[in-house]
Design a protein around this ligand. Structure first.
Ligand code: ATP
Length: 266
């Protein structure tokens, strides 16, 4: 079979302002942006430049968004790969793909390699009987050791389950920076709702703070979906602007959907 081409993502245009309610994570990542832009001031002071940054937290909290924003804000080339795509059917392919990914990224520094769903290759070795997966993981560890961090190639990854990861991944020189991306609190939810209604006409009776209070436990992804549902409700009644009733309808649908999923997962 022909090897899958490895290309950077084109037109990654996520700004810090597009991501709300995760201020602490943004603050930590701003440092990575600064390193990527110019590592020299840090190196002069003997500071070691991060090679690997692990974003961890529940699904839908904005981890992928944050990685894209780091790339956009620093002007780095963005190579994004889902770890589940590495665990391929034929022996050795996953490891070869990792090797090629690092080779390509190094050619276009400053660059970010983003590995989504790291859990798919990164689970503790010996936890399953998947030697193909373990080979791929070993190759990732080798590649991460192999580039003396110049500060201009940073490997980022997203994981939902930090505890299940092989401890070797978290050692110094590998994913030694861990940034927790938490589900939003009420103020964070209001700001996420503001981001996702910025391009929608809102009637004066919509109180986003109240919506934020009604959506305790919802993630950024679920709130984005809620705003979209509200716009659909509004369109169906041929409204000119989103009103309170549209959010009520959307809430009923989205919150009920979230609860059904939770029940099904139990
Ligand atoms: P997963 O772990 O499932 O990959 P994730 O944490 O990477 O999830 P994203 O893919 O970044 O989540 O988020 C999905 C979508 O949800 C985003 O494209 C965005 O529209 C919305 N979203 C999530 N979090 C936020 C946030 N903090 N601020 C604004 N929008 C958000």
């Amino acid at each position: 079979t022909k090897p899958v081409e490895i290309k950077p993502d084109a037109g990654v245009e996520v700004n810090w302002e597009d991501i709300a309610g995760v201020d602490e994570a943004k603050r930590e990542l701003q440092e990575v942006v600064d390193f990527l832009r110019d590592p020299r001031p840090f190196k002069r002071l003997g500071a070691s430049v991060p090679a690997g940054v692990l974003l961890h937290g529940p699904p839908g909290t904005g981890k992928t968004l944050l990685a894209k924003a780091v790339a956009h804000e620093s002007g780095a080339t963005f190579y994004s790969q889902s770890a589940s795509s590495f665990v391929e059917m034929f022996a050795g392919l996953g490891a070869a793909r990792i090797r090629r990914l690092f080779r390509e990224a190094r050619k276009s520094e400053p660059a970010i390699i983003f590995i989504d769903e790291l859990d798919a290759v990164g689970a503790r070795r010996g936890s399953d009987n998947n030697s193909e997966r373990e080979q791929t993981l070993n190759q990732l560890l080798v590649e991460m050791d192999g580039f003396a961090s110049s500060g201009r190639l940073v490997v980022m990854a997203a994981s939902n389950l930090l505890d299940k990861l092989d401890p070797a991944l978290l050692r110094p020189g590998r994913f030694d920076r861990q940034v927790f991306v938490s589900p939003p609190d009420v103020d964070g939810r209001r700001r996420i709702l503001e981001v996702h209604t910025a391009n929608k006409p809102l009637r004066a009776d919509v109180d986003l703070h109240l919506v934020a209070q009604q959506t305790s436990g919802l993630t950024g992804a679920e709130l984005a979906n809620l705003c979209n549902e509200a716009a659909i409700f509004c369109a169906r009644r041929s409204g000119q602007a989103l009103g309170r009733e549209d959010f009520d309808g959307a809430l009923e649908r989205v919150v009920a959907g979230v609860q059904t999923n939770t029940t099904l997962n139990e």
